[in-house]
Structures are given as structure tokens and as C-alpha cells.
Write a protein that binds this ligand. Structure first.
Ligand code: 13P
Ligand code: SF4
Length: 309
């Protein structure tokens, strides 16, 4: 196995990945939280909504998804005829795991007759039993598009709370949360503001309300990048996973970015490495497989979302 050596340099691995990608007619998609080298190896880096759109659009035969499992599943649901690979099958999302189909059914049974909006951070099986999906970039718009006054929102209670403050509809939240964003504390933001009084605070809506209340702007990961691109400001306190700092710093070497805490790391996002990406293309591992019935039902929820945004 030529590529299974562990002593290649980063530039050797980059070359191997690009050659193998060409041979497989593959595209590499990476989330904004991936490690720097994986972002650099990717054809496209983005947030969940942008990555779903790319996965639906590409003419490549193979999609290698550098992110977490639900993101690769979404790519498979949108492009079922393609091979979708995730370089580490154990890269899951603990928030997505907080809602199972059984828990969803119990939640629906407790509040009958209400439509369900599901954050894309859910399994394909859960997506197959909801009315429409949303991402952090379009959650308010999606909720407003649903023809009902009361809506069940799964699984993220923080995103639900963020949406509830921006819609006239009654949001009934499930109890999930992102363990990584929960590590960001208001006192850490206040400390950074003290150290950098001119800095603008930008936050991801998976943060708690106490953190969001201190933010000047609340965005999806790519929304944060666009905000910084367009802002004349020079200093930013960035309340989300640390991986996003790579793109921000690379695009804006003249600007300064401060993280509220060095602990704001999603261990699952960091499971994908350059070696695993190279091995994935070599061995065609690990393919996402889903039952046809689940693909069809889940696709409806995702396509309804894409049609709204
Ligand atoms: P974005 O869609 O904003 O990139 O967020 C995905 C995610 O998992 C955040 O934790
Ligand atoms: Fe899941 Fe949170 Fe990691 Fe995003 S940052 S993948 S929501 S655990």
C-alpha cells in the first residue's frame, strides 16, 4: 500500500491526494472546522448549506467529505448515484446523536399535529421523518416558511432559542446541544472584550443565549467569513470552533482574531487528517451507504430546505 506510509511530508501527501483525486474523478469537500491542511487540500471549503449545494451540483464521480458523518450522509442523500466517502467513519456529531428516531417519534407524539423542522445536524433516519431541514444559515427563514403557528425544532435547543427570538411562531425545542459550543462561556467573551476593547464579537447560533447576548453579529460559519470579508473593522472575537480561524487569518493577514477559549475544539471534526484523506482516496473508504427508502424520504426534507433558500 504505497500511500499507507506515515512518514510522507505534508507536501508529498498533498501531491498524492491531488493525483489520486484526479484518477478517481473525485471532488474534496471540507467543512470550515477541518484542520488547516485538510482545508488546503480541499476543492471547496464551506458551511453546511454551501456544502449541501456543492454535493448536489458536482459532476465528479466521487465525493470525499471531510467533515462529520451527518454532512457526508447529506451529500449521499443529494447525490445517491455517486460514491460518497468519509475518511474517518468515526467522525460523528454528538449533537446529531442526541436525537434518535425513537426520541423523535416520542417528541412528535407529545406534541401531535405540529410540523418538525430539523437542523441538518441529524441522522438520515431522523431527516426521513421530519417535514423540512434547516442549517444555521437559514433557520429563521425556514421556520417562517412553514405553514403553522407552532413548530417542533430538533435537536439543538440553542439554535431553537435563537430562532424563537426572531420569529412570531411558537418554537417547541428538543433538548440537544453542541458540547463544543457549550464550552464557550460569557465570562470568556467578557475577558476578551476587556483585552481587546475595539474587537467586534461574532458568534455561531449554537452558542448559549448568554454568549449570543454579547455578540455584535450571529452567523453560520461561512456567514462569519463573509461578515469579516466585508467589515472595515480590524479585530474580531470569534465565538465558534477554532478551525474557522484558518480561513479568516489566511484571507485577512492584516486583521486580528481572538478565540474566547483554546478549548473550543470539536474533536470529531479534527479526526480527518491528510493521511486519512489520502488513504480514503486510495482504498475508497469509507463509503456512506443508506437504504433507498431513507434516501428518498430524507431527500424530500433537504430539497424542501434548498428550495426555500
Ligand atoms: P455551519 O453550517 O454554520 O457551518 O455549522 C455546522 C456545525 O456543525 C456547527 O457546529
Ligand atoms: Fe456537532 Fe458541535 Fe462538532 Fe458541529 S461543532 S459537528 S454541532 S459537535
Amino acid at each position: 500500500m504505497v500511500y499507507k506510509k506515515t512518514n510522507e511530508s505534508t507536501s508529498d501527501l498533498m501531491t498524492i491526494i491531488q493525483e489520486r483525486k484526479k484518477a478517481r474523478n473525485a471532488i474534496i469537500l471540507a467543512h470550515n472546522y477541518q484542520i488547516d491542511e485538510v482545508q488546503d487540500a480541499a476543492d471547496f471549503v464551506g458551511d453546511s448549506l454551501e456544502l449541501s449545494r456543492k454535493a448536489a451540483d458536482t459532476s465528479a464521480d466521487v465525493i470525499v467529505f471531510c467533515g462529520v458523518h451527518f454532512m457526508a450522509e447529506t451529500a449521499k442523500i443529494l447525490s445517491p448515484q455517486k460514491t460518497v466517502l468519509i475518511p474517518d467513519i468515526k467522525a460523528g456529531c454528538p449533537m446529531a446523536d442526541m436525537i434518535t428516531v425513537e426520541k423523535l417519534r416520542a417528541f412528535k407524539a407529545k406534541y401531535p399535529g405540529r410540523p418538525v423542522v430539523a437542523y441538518v445536524n441529524t441522522s438520515a433516519e431522523v431527516k426521513a421523518e421530519v417535514d423540512i431541514c434547516c442549517t444555521s444559515a437559514n433557520a429563521v427563514k425556514i421556520v417562517d416558511s412553514v405553514d403553522a403557528d407552532e413548530i417542533l425544532f430538533v435537536p439543538d435547543k440553542c439554535l431553537a432559542d435563537y430562532v424563537a427570538a426572531r420569529t412570531t411562531k411558537k418554537i417547541i425545542p428538543f433538548s440537544g446541544f453542541c458540547p463544543t459550543h457549550h464550552r464557550i462561556l460569557p465570562e470568556q467573551i467578557l475577558k476578551q472584550k476587556e483585552l481587546h476593547p475595539n474587537a467586534i464579537v461574532i458568534a455561531h447560533p449554537e452558542c448559549t443565549r448568554a454568549v449570543l447576548d454579547l455578540a455584535d453579529g450571529i452567523f453560520s460559519t461561512s456567514g462569519m467569513i463573509r461578515f469579516v470579508d466585508e467589515s472595515p473593522e480590524k479585530e474580531f472575537i470569534v465565538a465558534t470552533e477554532l478551525g474557522i480561524l484558518h480561513r479568516l487569518k489566511r484571507s485577512h493577514p492584516d486583521k486580528s482574531f481572538y478565540s474566547p477559549s483554546e478549548q473550543t475544539v470539536c474533536p470529531n471534526m479534527k479526526k480527518i487528517t491528510l493521511e486519512k484523506l489520502a488513504w480514503s482516496l486510495e482504498d475508497m473508504q469509507y463509503p456512506i451507504e443508506l437504504p433507498q427508502e431513507i434516501i428518498e424520504k430524507a431527500r424530500g426534507s433537504i430539497e424542501r430546505m434548498i428550495a426555500v433558500t
